[in-house]
Design a protein around this ligand. Structure first.
Ligand code: BGC
Length: 746
């Protein structure tokens, strides 16, 4: 086993199991070439999630055994209907596998993934994704196209909403949580669904944040920053993987043998199957590496893409290529085996149907409780000037803004079968909370999300004047983030900033709640407000979660999983950057560059280098202090670190709740390695823990570090620990943590 690959997870083991192999071989031996290739074809039936291909003969295809999987079929009756055709009318009676984009809930919509990542609470995310799996599986959907673990450093890219942000360590923790939640202890459980980690690889590195765009990066960056979350998902047992749309160093990910065969199977020991992204096989022609459909199919399959999503190329082309002697039947067989293994492991042959007589969905109190807890843990308090929050009872509130009462916009991108009617908006929650006190709540929309019309401002300003505090619910609508939703302007859209200015001009304190699927540039907005809350798109319990936080029934505990820039010109801006030879130090614009003091350093003339809010930042109603980190040894032997499995160093710290209220802190441990053969980031997250403490309470925390955390990739893109290096550690509650210690590697 290669170093770094932990014990194979249950489903990866299951997929390699002997019993399963025998069943696969027995079936394979009975299949015609067309039937084999049929298993490698996936069609979207239902509402398309990509460019349409205009086919409607799906029943005929299923009857002919020419379909292995369908996506976008929803509802128990529909999945059963197609399944019945496969099992009653096709020759070999191989069950269909139904896939769907279950991304942050199926019926019970949780916060968007970027929000869930802000919880730094993988255990809760796992629980939520298990609920999603249960709901999807009940309708016959046994395969979800999630987790999306693409590291993203560019808020222009709309798909930052779908991932866990910019950090590989947090991303890996979240990746594992999703996979465990979906797949449960065994794929064969009726409540388990197969995960599909995506989009392999480095899709989030799209140039200029434009979706589907080119990705070009060194093998070292790829391995150090982008690959860890995919690898974590594979190690957690993800049964499938989706290849990405983009090119990586010139080779489209969907024809990339280096990724799909060498790394994925060779290094990581993946036993599941690979599905292309939507029409990504056909797009090899647009990339210019395939001349026509047959060569696209040949390149994708040969590189390791087992199933063709929606390109309609494998089914017609692969048999022809085999007959012409351009493709070996053994390559086809290998892909078919992988697909069948997953179908057997899911127990589809034994239990192909689902019960159609289940009661209609109800967002039960238990489901709401889970959604609310996750929303509460995902909403970040960025600013609280003068302690305007928590709001005290009896204060009269003006609730303003286009997102105060916008159910659809609380669901966020890829909301599955989420239903806006299940959403409790902020307005509904405040009406409930402040009921019984006449005049306690005034509501005015003020403007729309994307509008130049200011005719609603007057009403909003009047409401503000008549109240003690203004809550402004502003930001993006659901369609402004997600796939194909890149933006070149990341301030508050439309005239929302002007509305905010008009509200602030009343002199009433303004609490700004930003709903968005990406970090917005909030520099101007921040100046206007007393408090700033980043709510992402929080899901069905948006309103109750926010109300609990704003009035302090629950403390804010979320931390940013992605940097918030001051302005778009700084992008890409991320905490784990290299230092450069001319770092700008504490550059601030009050010391003009022209005075010669700090001219020749890496900086802008018109903006600071620092973000508006750094990675890991988030306030609470109390405050915490940390003792300096204490490594368990002042020095380590590089050779021992290389050879020893598991923990090699333990870092301790004492955290204390220094305030007067109970609260939860996300303790974060960062590391920098100096003296290395390759420059290393100024900081890297290597550990985090959520800790809840009563006022005055302290706790000793321990962070175990092993080879994985202490190593880095050298110029040959190999994980190494180098002797003669120095390790700097910081502990605290953001990436700007200051409590420091160091140790050496001998
Ligand atoms: C997206 C994937 C998604 C697939 C199926 C594609 O356009 O990139 O993330 O899983 O469609 O809907």
């Amino acid at each position: 086993m290669k170093r770094g690959v932990r014990t194979p997870a249950p489903s990866n083991e299951q997929l390699a199991g002997g019993g399963l192999q025998r069943r696969v071989e027995a079936l394979l031996a009975r299949m015609t070439l067309e039937e084999k290739v049929g298993q490698l074809a996936q069609y979207s039936v239902g509402t398309p999630t990509g460019p349409g291909t205009g086919r409607s003969d799906y029943e005929t295809l299923v009857r002919a055994g020419a379909v292995g999987s369908m996506l976008n079929v929803v509802g128990a009756q529909e999945t059963n209907r197609y399944q019945r055709i496969a099992l009653e009318q096709s020759r070999l009676k191989i069950p269909l596998l139904f896939g769907f984009d279950v991304i942050h809930g199926y019926r019970t919509t949780m916060p968007i993934p970027l929000g869930m990542a802000a919880s730094f609470d993988p255990a809760l995310v796992e629980q939520a994704m298990h609920l999603a799996a249960t709901e999807a599986a009940a309708e016959g959907i046994r395969w979800v196209f999630s987790p999306m673990v693409d590291i993203a450093r560019d808020p222009r890219w709309g798909r930052v909403a779908e991932g866990s942000g910019e950090d590989p360590f947090l991303g890996a923790a979240m990746a594992r949580a999703y996979v465990r939640g979906y797949q449960g202890p065994s794929l064969s459980e009726s409540t388990s669904v197969a995960a599909s980690v995506k989009h392999f690889a480095a899709y989030g590195g799209a140039e200029a944040g434009r979706d589907y765009n080119t990705v070009d990066m060194s093998e070292v960056s790829l391995r150090q920053t982008y690959l860890p979350p995919y690898q974590a998902a594979i190690e957690a047992g993800s049964a499938t993987l989706m290849s990405a749309f983009n090119t990586l160093n010139g080779v489209p990910a969907t024809a990339n043998a280096h990724l799909l065969t060498d790394i994925l199977r060779g290094e990581w020991g993946f036993n599941g199957f690979v599905v292309s992204d939507w029409t990504a096989v056909a797009e090899l022609r647009n990339h210019g590496i395939a001349l026509d459909g047959p060569s696209a199919a040949l390149k994708a399959l040969s590189a390791g893409v087992d199933m063709d999503m929606e390109s309609h190329l494998y089914a017609p082309e692969l048999p022809r290529l085999v007959r012409e002697g351009k493709l070996s039947q053994a390559v086809v067989d290998k892909a078919v085996r992988r697909v069948l293994r997953v179908k057997f492991a899911l127990g589809l042959f034994e239990h192909p149907y689902v019960d159609e007589k289940v009661a209609a969905y109800v967002a039960t109190p238990e489901k709401r409780e889970l959604a609310r807890r996750l929303a509460e843990e995902s909403i970040v308090l960025l600013e609280n000037k003068g302690g305007v929050l928590p709001l005290s009872p009896g204060r009269k509130v003006a609730l303003v803004g286009p997102l105060a009462d916008a159910p659809v916009d609380m669901l966020g991108t890829w909301n599955g079968k989420g239903d806006p009617r299940d959403v409790v908006t902020l307005r509904a929650a405040l009406e409930h909370r402040l009921r019984g006190t006449p005049g306690a709540l005034r509501h005015a929309r003020g403007t729309e999300v994307l509008s130049a019309d200011s005719s609603g401002f007057a009403e909003a300003v009047a409401a503000a004047r008549a109240s003690d505090v203004v809550i402004a619910a502003l930001g993006e609508d659901t369609n402004m983030s997600g796939e194909a939703a890149s933006r070149t302007r990341i301030e508050l859209p439309g005239n929302q900033l002007q509305l905010l200015e008009a509200l602030a001009a009343t002199g009433k304190p303004v609490v700004l709640i930003v709903f968005s699927g990406r970090p917005l540039a909030l520099t101007e907005a921040q100046r206007q407000v007393a408090a700033l809350v980043q709510a992402w798109q929080p899901g069905i319990e948006a309103g109750p979660a926010l109300a609990n936080l704003l009035w302090g029934d629950v403390d804010f505990s979320a931390r940013l999983p992605i940097t918030f820039p001051r302005s778009l010109g700084q992008v890409p801006l991320y905490y784990n950057h290299l230092n450069t030879g001319r770092p700008a130090g504490q550059t601030d614009l009050t010391r003009p560059a022209s005075n010669g003091v700090e001219k020749y350093v890496s900086r802008y003339l018109d903006e600071r280098n620092t973000p508006l809010y750094p990675f890991g930042h988030g306030l609470s109603y109390t405050s915490f202090d940390f003792s300096p980190p204490q490594p368990s040894a002042p020095s380590l032997q590089a050779r021992a670190v290389r050879e020893q499995r598991g923990e090699v160093l333990r870092v301790k710290t004492q955290v204390r709740n220094a305030g007067a209220r109970p609260g939860t802190v996300v303790a974060q441990l960062y590391l920098r390695i100096l003296g290395t053969s390759l420059a290393q980031p100024v900081r890297q997250l290597v550990g985090f823990q959520r800790v809840t403490l009563a006022p005055g309470e302290s706790r000793e925390l321990e962070f175990p570090l092993g080879f994985q955390e202490l190593s880095f990739f050298d110029a040959r893109a190999t994980r190494v620990v180098e002797p003669g290096t120095r390790y700097e550690l910081w502990v605290g509650d953001s990436s700007e943590a200051t409590r420091h210690a160091s140790f050496t590697m001998e």
